[in-house]
Design a protein around this ligand. Structure first.
Ligand code: AMP
Length: 121
């Protein structure tokens, strides 16, 4: 699957569209979801051009994969929802059509700040 450079997260990464930034490093950008589903709803995206988790798993470098996972933990700590700084959270990735993915740039949703309820409702 080819990467769509016009997707909204590509535009956020290139600075064409603003975001409410939480954290940024060499590998990831994190910002608040524009339509929060829980008290805290953050997104963590890799800086590389990856359409979805399968694309990332197949094509990202080991450094990028570690960078994304470490980035999620850094963001959760920063938001006070990680296991050591808070009460935990839900990390969720939608993949493709049946997964309900709307934006074709890989993103992890982090939900927290309150109980996240049943996994599938
Ligand atoms: P998904 O359905 O997993 O692709 O999730 C896409 C998410 O991106 C949704 O939760 C949207 O609310 C969120 N979203 C869309 N546009 C923006 C934006 N400009 N800034 C922040 N979040 C956005």
């Amino acid at each position: 699957m080819s990467y769509d450079d016009t997707n909204i997260f590509a535009k956020i990464l290139s600075g064409q569209i603003p975001c409410k930034k939480i954290y940024e490093d060499k590998f990831v950008l994190s910002f608040y979801d524009i339509n929060p589903q829980k008290k805290i709803h953050a997104l963590v995206i890799p800086k590389g051009r990856y359409s979805n988790l399968d694309d990332f798993s197949l094509n990202a470098s080991s450094e990028e994969i570690v960078g994304l996972l470490k980035g999620i933990n850094i963001v959760a700590k920063k938001l006070g929802i990680s296991i050591d700084t808070g009460k935990g959270y839900r990390a969720l990735v939608n993949i493709g059509e049946h997964g309900g993915q709307e934006v074709p740039h890989l993103h992890f949703h982090l939900f927290g700040g309150e109980s996240t309820g049943r996994m599938i409702e």
